[in-house]
Structure formats: structure tokens, C-alpha cells
Design a protein around this ligand. Structure first.
Ligand code: HEM
Length: 495
């Protein structure tokens, strides 16, 4: 009997731990074999434990700074070797010159339909086909049409902020701005008039927030560090994004397409919904078109990828301006001189050069895409470094954006870093808020128009200032690009 208890209590758990360890960490000598430096990693956890302790951002900085004199270094996440690239010429070679060997992104966990075939996760030829079908949605003409929604909703944002200013209320920027970007993406992606700014409890907003809450939870960290474990969880019904919410968005896209057809308006509005209708595969057609499932995947990634990112950048920019009144005044002077009494629009915001410098400096300090990865699909040698097929290669964008050798005093907000002369003197890959190369952010131009128009609307009539609740400098949450104590400000009316 004693033997049985001993076996059950000690031997079986030890064997299970050993098996788990072997399963999770079969490659822990990869980098020593490649002669690439890697920080000491304990047991099967690899560097997961350190990330968990210090948080994603501090940990990324610490590792990056530790290998100052190296072009690359390696880390292990629960046994998965990941090549981290410090050298900007190598980053460029991966993203552009050798793009054909690095087309894919790392898929950390499998999704079920209707999110399965989204552009972020598609691979190789499938990705190329979908990207080429969807790219026309972001042509200048279409973005200009979308910008009319942005202008209309920016005016609504100003009204909401002015109401709060008149009531002398403090404002947590990320919250209010997310309502604005949700309204923009609902109208530009699926032609829906949601008004989350005045009715934050509408069903579209609830489902979008439901998705992003999980997307920015510790589950994501788990997914990156232990994808196999997440796939097991998915099979027992624990998913990264709520299935109910995903189905809601797929139904919304279907309804938008069907309504357009029923109203006889298909092809006449020339917006994103029309693009989807035109791109859909007819029965019997095989090429040059998208299946309904591919359409759902793209619409979903636009909705989910397009609102939290823009909200993050817009709210950090306003917050940084509140904490740097000299920069805010300079920007408002530019607005007064260049726009005068004109309302901001797609065309006139393009001349606001100092505004772009402020937006860029905000994205340098707080880049929503803080890690950018690719997977090597065939053995490739880059600048003498052999990279084997299947290796994940990651660019630590947050750490590069905070490298003091490139950006002196990296924690200070200094828009002048983006003056034409200063830009000229830097490596072009030192700043990559939208990634780079053929697989960069497809929504980059739409995002910039949205940021410029909204900022111009707000700063023409209001000035953000600090309030009692303001906490600056910002401390980020451990696993999210979000201020731990919120982004609190007040607004003053401009004369
Ligand atoms: C300020 C706002 C935004 C930021 C900072 C941002 C950042 C990024 C980054 C860093 C990537 C990865 C690029 C790479 O791997 O090289 C990406 C990809 C992507 N973004 Fe954005 N994004 C923003 C807004 C948007 C918007 C508004 C949309 C859509 C409406 C969008 C849709 C996408 C899609 C579909 C991809 C995947 C592209 C592909 O794999 O071909 N993003 N974004």
C-alpha cells in the first residue's frame, strides 16, 4: 500500500513533470549550437518567468540593453527559441530584401471560424492573395471617402469633451477616445451608425470591448509563451476571443452586405462594404475572389485591429500634450496659421507638419505594435547569420524606440526628434510603429488620417491640461500598453 501511495504522490507527478518539460522544451540548446548569446534560462519555463516577473516592456528593454554589442540574441519561451534582432540592417533585410523567406507571421494560437482566415495570421500565397484583394480598400479615394465619417464623428467627440469641460469634469482619455474610434470603425468598416460616444452601452461597443478585454489580458501572454497550452484550452472551450462576440461581428458584416444588395445600392457607395461585395466569390468561381469566411476574417481584423490601436495613439498623444503645454501651444499655433477658420478635413490636415511630429513622438514612446515577428520559411543566411527554417524572428520595436544611442533621453517627449533634419540623420528602421515591408500595417494611412483629423478638431477648440489625477511620467501595466494609473486630464476651452 505504501508503495502505491509513493508511486501516486511522488513518482507519477515527477514523471508527468519530466514529460511536460520534454514536451515544452525540446530545443533549449538551439542558440548555443548557433553560437548566439542567450540569457540563462531556468528549466522549462525559459525566459517566461522573467517576463512574468518584470512585465513585457521592462523585460524587453533589459534583454535588449544587455546585448548592446550584439546584432542578435536568443530567448526561449517555454522551449520555443526566438531570435531577437537588434541590428537595424538585419531588420531591414528580413522585412524587405529577404521578404520571400519571411512572409509569415508567428501564429501563436489557432482560431476557429469566423476569425480563422484573418490577414494577420494568414500565410504565404494565401496571405498574398487576400492582401491583394483587400488593399484597394485603402486607396486614397476610399480613405478620402472614409474621412467624411471621421470628420463627422470628430465633431461629436468635441461636443462630448466640451460638455465635460463645461461641467469641469476630469477625463480618462483612453476610455472616451475608444468610444470615438469605435464609432469611426463601425461606420467606415460596416456602415453602422453606433454613437458609442453618447451611448457607450450599445451592442456593437459591448462586443468590441468584450473582445479587446480578453485580447489585452494575461491570456495573451500565456498564448505567446505557451501556445500549445492555449490550443488545449481552446479545445475545452476557453478561447482568446469570445465566440459569441465574433459571431455577432460576422452577422453584422453579413447584414451590411445583404442590406446593401437589397437596397439596390451595391457598388454605388464605393466603401469597404462595397469592396467586400465586389470581392466575394460567385458560385463556381475559383480565383481572384474571397470566400465568405475570408471576408469575415478581414472585416473582423479591421474592426478589432483598427480601433484599439488608434485609440491608444490618440489618447497618449493628447495626454503627452497636456503634460507639455509648450508643445501643445506650438501645435495650436500651427493649426491657427494653416487652417484658420476652415474645418479640418482629409486635404488640409496633410499640411500639419508639427502635428505629425507630435503623433510620431507619441508612437515612438508608446508603440501599439511593440513586438513585430516573422517566421523563417527556408534556411537563409543574413549578414553571416544562418537562420534555420521555422525559426521565429522578432524585432523588439519598443526597445528599439527606447534605445538611448538612437534616441537620447528616450523617456522624454521631444517632437523635434522628428524634424526633417533629425529624421535624415537616423537609420530609417529606427522607428517602425506600423512595421515595415510588404507585410506592414495595411491600415496605416487610414490611421494617420483619423489621428490628424481628430486631433485637429479637438485642439482647435479645446486645450488638454493636467488635473489632480494626472500621473506622469507614465508607468505601463505589465502586459498591456496601457497606463497603470490611467490617462487623466481636463480640458480648457480656447478663446
Ligand atoms: C495607429 C494605429 C495603428 C498601429 C500603430 C498599427 C500597427 C500595426 C503593426 C505594427 C502591424 C504589424 C506590421 C508588420 O508586421 O510589419 C499591423 C498590421 C496590421 N494592421 Fe495595423 N495598426 C494601426 C491601425 C490599423 C487600422 C486602422 C487597421 C484597419 C482598419 C489596421 C489593420 C491591420 C492589418 C489588417 C494588419 C495585418 C497586415 C498583414 O498581415 O498584411 N491597423 N498594424
Amino acid at each position: 500500500m505504501m508503495w502505491l501511495i509513493l508511486v501516486l504522490v511522488v513518482v507519477v507527478p515527477l514523471l508527468l513533470l519530466f514529460a511536460f518539460n520534454r514536451y515544452m522544451s525540446p530545443n533549449m540548446d538551439t542558440f548555443s549550437k548557433m553560437n548566439i548569446d542567450s540569457p540563462p534560462a531556468s528549466g522549462f519555463l525559459g525566459h517566461f518567468g522573467q517576463t512574468f516577473k518584470r512585465g513585457l516592456f521592462l523585460n524587453q528593454l533589459e534583454m535588449y540593453n544587455r546585448y548592446k554589442d550584439k546584432k542578435v540574441y536568443g530567448i526561449y519561451n517555454l522551449g520555443k527559441p526566438i531570435l531577437m534582432v537588434r541590428d537595424l540592417d538585419i531588420v531591414k533585410d528580413i522585412m524587405v530584401k529577404h521578404f520571400n523567406s519571411f512572409v509569415d507571421r508567428r501564429v501563436v494560437f489557432e482560431f476557429d471560424p469566423p476569425f480563422k482566415e484573418n490577414m494577420l495570421m494568414l500565410k504565404g500565397e494565401h496571405w498574398k492573395h487576400v492582401r491583394s484583394m483587400v488593399s484597394p480598400a485603402f486607396s486614397s479615394g476610399r480613405i478620402k471617402r472614409m474621412s467624411r465619417h471621421v470628420e463627422r464623428i470628430s465633431q461629436r467627440l468635441v461636443n462630448v469633451l466640451r460638455g465635460k469641460q463645461e461641467r469641469n469634469e476630469d477625463i480618462e482619455l483612453k476610455n472616451t477616445i475608444s468610444h470615438f474610434t469605435l464609432d469611426v470603425i463601425a461606420s467606415t468598416a460596416v456602415g453602422l451608425e453606433t454613437n458609442t460616444l453618447e451611448d457607450p452601452d450599445n451592442i456593437f461597443a459591448n462586443h468590441a470591448l468584450n473582445c479587446t478585454v480578453r485580447l489585452s489580458s494575461v491570456y495573451v501572454l500565456l498564448a505567446f509563451m505557451a501556445p500549445r497550452l492555449c490550443n488545449v484550452l481552446r479545445k475545452v472551450g476557453v478561447t482568446l476571443i469570445s465566440k459569441k462576440s465574433l459571431q455577432f461581428f460576422a452577422d453584422t458584416v453579413d447584414a451590411a452586405m445583404e442590406n446593401r444588395k437589397e437596397e439596390g445600392q451595391a457598388g454605388k457607395v464605393n466603401d469597404f462594404v462595397d469592396l467586400l461585395i465586389n470581392a466575394e466569390r460567385e458560385p463556381g468561381q475559383t480565383d481572384k475572389a474571397l470566400t465568405r469566411s475570408e471576408i469575415h476574417g478581414q472585416a473582423l481584423v479591421f474592426i478589432l485591429g483598427g480601433y484599439d490601436t488608434v485609440a491608444t495613439v490618440l489618447s497618449f498623444t493628447l495626454f503627452l500634450l497636456a503634460n507639455h503645454p509648450d508643445c501643445c501651444q506650438k501645435l495650436q499655433k500651427e493649426l491657427d496659421e494653416k487652417l484658420g477658420n476652415e474645418s479640418p478635413n482629409y486635404d488640409n490636415v496633410q499640411s500639419l507638419t508639427y502635428m505629425d511630429m507630435c503623433i510620431n513622438e507619441s508612437m515612438r514612446m508608446f508603440p501599439p505594435g511593440f513586438l513585430i515577428d516573422r517566421v523563417c520559411t527556408e534556411d537563409t543566411v543574413i549578414q553571416g547569420i544562418p537562420i534555420p527554417k521555422d525559426m521565429v524572428v522578432t524585432t523588439p520595436a519598443y526597445a528599439i524606440h527606447h534605445d538611448p544611442d538612437i534616441w537620447p533621453e528616450p523617456n522624454k517627449f521631444q517632437p523635434e526628434r522628428f524634424s526633417p533634419e533629425n529624421k535624415e540623420s537616423r537609420h530609417p528602421y529606427a522607428f517602425m510603429p506600423f512595421g515595415n515591408g510588404p507585410r506592414n500595417c495595411i491600415g496605416m494611412r487610414l490611421a494617420m488620417v483619423e489621428l490628424r483629423v481628430a486631433l485637429a478638431y479637438v485642439l482647435k477648440s479645446l486645450t488638454p491640461v493636467t488635473c489632480e489625477k494626472t500621473v506622469y511620467p507614465v508607468t505601463l501595466k505589465k502586459f498591456q500598453l496601457t497606463a497603470e494609473k490611467g490617462l487623466w486630464v481636463k480640458f480648457n476651452a480656447r478663446k
